[in-house]
Design a protein around this ligand. Structure first.
Ligand SMILES: NC(=O)c1ccc[n+]([C@@H]2O[C@H](COP(=O)([O-])OP(=O)(O)OC[C@H]3O[C@@H](n4cnc5c(N)ncnc54)[C@H](O)[C@@H]3O)[C@@H](O)[C@H]2O)c1
Length: 308
């Protein structure tokens, strides 16, 4: 049992709501710091009934508010961010929230002497990978303000490590999916698109041969990784969190056809597509966190489709 207080920015979002019950389970109290632009107020209100979850309805862009709210907390999870597609539409907002916001959180954590910061980073810091699987020491090539901010935030953690002895872990999530995800989520919009067509009895339409791939990781496993990172003995490293398996779009279509029990074949739309592929090297997650993914893509997708 941990019996500590965890300061959790963005804790009312998709991933946060899968993490909080795990923290309560091990005896922690949770102070959620979230401006509720995408947070689920009802879910937080239900969790608050335990008497061990409180919501500070505030914005990470206000450094003073972050600093004041973090007082008395033992560990920090920093998940507040605006998404990758929004970052293309509004780079100013993206840098404000995703970079300046991160700095506010890390500076306050260093000042309060918290025991560990776990930062929700992203596999998008790698850009288009030159080889698979993708390893943490591969060159980074972030392409959008969101990805650039994630990388700069990781660098800022190193700065506070050198300056104030801050202990941190940056988790580079691959393609997260699972219950509670908003249908607008960037990487997973393809899942919704296929499922919606299948529900109408229409085949999924795939551009090219469907060779593009992603490393889909279930949100339950992401949440487990975050909790493990809060207390891992080794720290101050970025760690990939994926399954290590790349699932092609054609394969995803077949999984969803089987899950929905629809009698159709995917339709291929012949055209040249840039084939990008993703798969995480998760040996560091195994070594440092003792992490092992527990939900296979086929099972996770089938549950998701049947729960909808
Ligand atoms: N979901 C994914 O596929 C994925 C992949 C890689 C990395 N990540 C990272 O994981 C983290 C959590 O992602 P998620 O999917 O739960 O996103 P989400 O949008 O569901 O949750 C983010 C939360 O942050 C809050 N927030 C946004 N701006 C804020 C601000 N200025 N101040 C305070 N709170 C603010 C939102 O209200 C929301 O509750 C993010 O940092 C994201 O970049 C997610």
């Amino acid at each position: 049992m941990a019996n500590e207080t965890v300061f959790f920015t963005g804790g009312a979002g998709f991933i946060g709501l899968h993490v909080i019950p795990m923290l309560l389970e091990r005896g922690d109290a949770v102070r959620v710091f979230d401006n509720m632009t995408r947070g689920d107020r009802e879910a937080i209100a239900a969790l608050a009934k335990t008497g061990r979850v409180e919501l500070i309805d505030q914005d990470v862009r206000y450094g003073g508010a972050v600093h004041a709210a973090m007082k008395g907390c033992d560990r920090v999870i920093h998940a507040a961010a605006v998404s990758i597609n929004k970052s293309q539409a509004d780079p100013y907002e993206s840098y404000d929230i995703n970079f300046i916001g991160s700095h506010n959180v890390f500076a306050a954590a260093a000042d309060h002497g918290v025991k560990r910061v776990v930062f929700c980073s992203s596999a998008s810091v790698y850009g288009d990978p030159k080889k698979l699987p993708m390893h943490e020491d591969d060159p980074l090539d972030p392409l959008t303000p969101y990805c650039i901010s994630k990388r700069a935030s990781e660098d800022t953690l190193r700065f506070y490590q050198r300056r104030a002895g801050l202990s941190w872990i940056a988790l580079r999530f691959f393609n997260v999916y699972g219950p509670g995800q908003k249908t607008t989520a960037y990487y997973t919009s393809v899942i919704n698109h296929f499922v919606n067509r299948l529900r109408n009895g229409e085949p999924p339409i795939i551009d090219g041969k469907g060779e593009q791939s992603m490393d889909f990781i279930h949100v339950h496993d992401i949440a487990r990784a975050i909790v493990l990172a809060l207390n891992a003995e080794q720290a101050n490293v970025p760690i990939n969190i994926g399954t290590g398996i790349d699932t092609s779009i054609a394969e995803l279509a077949r999984i969803l056809i089987a899950a929905t029990g629809t009698d159709v074949e995917p339709q291929f739309n012949p055209r040249d597509v840039l084939v990008s592929r993703r798969a995480a090297d998760i040996s560091r997650a195994r070594d440092v966190l003792g992490f092992e993914p527990t939900i296979a893509v086929r099972d996770g997708m089938t549950d998701l489709v049947n729960a909808k």
